[in-house]
Design a protein around this ligand. Structure first.
Ligand SMILES: Nc1nc2c(ncn2[C@@H]2O[C@H](COP(=O)(O)OP(=O)(O)OP(=O)(O)O)[C@@H](O)[C@H]2O)c(=O)[nH]1
Ligand SMILES: [Mg+2]
Length: 361
């Protein structure tokens, strides 16, 4: 059977933005299109899943017992359940890898605790496990009835931004509940930051001035999302075809990002190699210096060498020296030696000089 190269879709977003219903609608759309899919529910606290769920975190982790056992509140309980689930990442990897060969889409519903994906270890582990096994994309669900408030819009984008930079996976903004409110203002705000800033200025609170600064700061992010925003409705099914098209592009983007990551890893490894090489060379230079010092030490011993050692010192010296045979030399130890020799000249005149000239020759 021909292997399929599918895509994993992680559905994230604020609590109540409609993630679970988006998963349900998206899966029924896939069924309609005769696409194969595999689904995960990673929300340990949900009561029911309104879609066919292949892997349900609730089958392995009892969230209420986790709360009791660890003395946690509801949010801590959800986070800890996810952390416990993430410890099984090798099993998760096997499932995702296997399914990536036989299905077109793997869809994953997540809990509303966005912190799981912004700073908890499990969010990173889970997303990395998915992306190691198959092309992976994050769909960030926005509730249009909430993000029409520009402050909420900016804080949602901040979350999206931190997830985007943390995971470095392609991300799509899915503006949900379009059946309740026209979401066209989102595109207006993304494509022209001044429209967003004007909207924020209508409010004179401290929060608005903070949003204004943040709104300006996120300018580059808006550009990224202009081509990656889709208006959907989990109730009516609007925008599902556009979402599918965007996921196809996200698959290509994933490949590009992976290439970059490999290149970066290559660069890091190259840097490490260079650093090791420099370290090795540094060590060698140090050894050479030490050798020089030893040689220098001998020279010093030449200077210091008097009496019986003197003749031996001269044997080891390879410099030309300013002796009467007209050889020239500028090194100090030789001059020193010369003095020594000159002193000796009185006693062993001729022999000492003759001895040196023989050696130099
Ligand atoms: N009108 C309308 N209502 C929606 C849509 N999507 C979701 N809802 C409603 O929004 C509410 C929350 O939906 P969920 O799917 O449970 O939201 P969620 O993000 O999964 O919530 P948590 O898992 O608690 O974070 C429900 O009452 C849904 O019926 C939509 O497209 N249109
Ligand atoms: Mg849900």
């Amino acid at each position: 059977m021909e292997e399929k190269r599918n895509i994993s879709v992680l559905i994230v977003g604020m609590a109540g933005s409609g993630k679970t219903h988006v998963v349900q609608r998206f899966l029924s759309h896939l069924s309609m299109k005769k696409k194969d899919f595999y689904s995960f529910n990673l929300d340990p606290a949900c009561i029911t899943t309104p879609y066919r769920c292949d892997v349900d975190i609730r089958d392995t982790i009892k969230y209420k017992e986790v709360m009791k056992d660890y003395g946690l509140g509801p949010n801590g309980g959800i986070m800890t359940s996810l952390n416990l689930f993430a410890t099984k990442f090798s099993d998760l990897f096997e499932i995702v890898e296997e399914q990536s060969k036989i299905t077109d889409y793997i869809v994953c519903d997540t809990p509303g605790q966005i912190e799981i994906f912004t700073w908890s270890a499990s969010g990173t582990l889970i997303s990395q496990t998915f992306s190691a096994a198959t092309p992976t994309c994050i769909v960030y669900v926005l509730d249009v009835t909430r993000v029409c408030d520009p402050n909420t819009f900016v804080s949602n984008l901040l979350y999206a931004c931190s997830i985007l930079f943390r995971f470095r996976l392609p991300m799509i903004l899915a503006v949900n509940k379009s059946d309740l409110k026209d979401p066209s203002f989102v595109m207006d705000w993304l494509s022209d930051v001044t429209v967003l800033l004007d909207k924020i200025s209508e409010d004179s609170s401290y929060l608005a001035s903070l949003s204004r600064s943040l709104g300006l700061m996120l300018d580059e992010l808006y550009e990224y999302f202009i081509t990656r925003t889709v208006n959907i409705s989990a109730v009516t099914g609007a925008g599902m075809d556009e979402l599918l098209e965007m996921l196809e592009k996200a698959k290509e983007e994933y490949t590009e990002l992976e290439k970059e990551k490999i290149k970066e890893r290559g660069a890091v490894e190259m840097d490490k190699f260079e650093a090791d090489k420099a370290k090795e060379e540094g060590k060698k230079e140090e050894e050479d210096d030490r050798e020089d010092d030893i040689v220098g030490g001998q020279s010093i011993s030449h200077i210091l060498g008097k009496g019986e050692k003197e003749e031996e010192d001269r044997k080891e010296c390879h410099c030309e020296c300013p002796c009467p045979c007209s050889h020239s030399c500028s090194c100090s130890h030789i001059h020193e030696k010369k003095e020594v020799v000159e002193e000796k000249e009185k006693d062993i005149l001729g022999d000492g000089l003759a001895l040196r000239c023989d050696r130099i020759a």
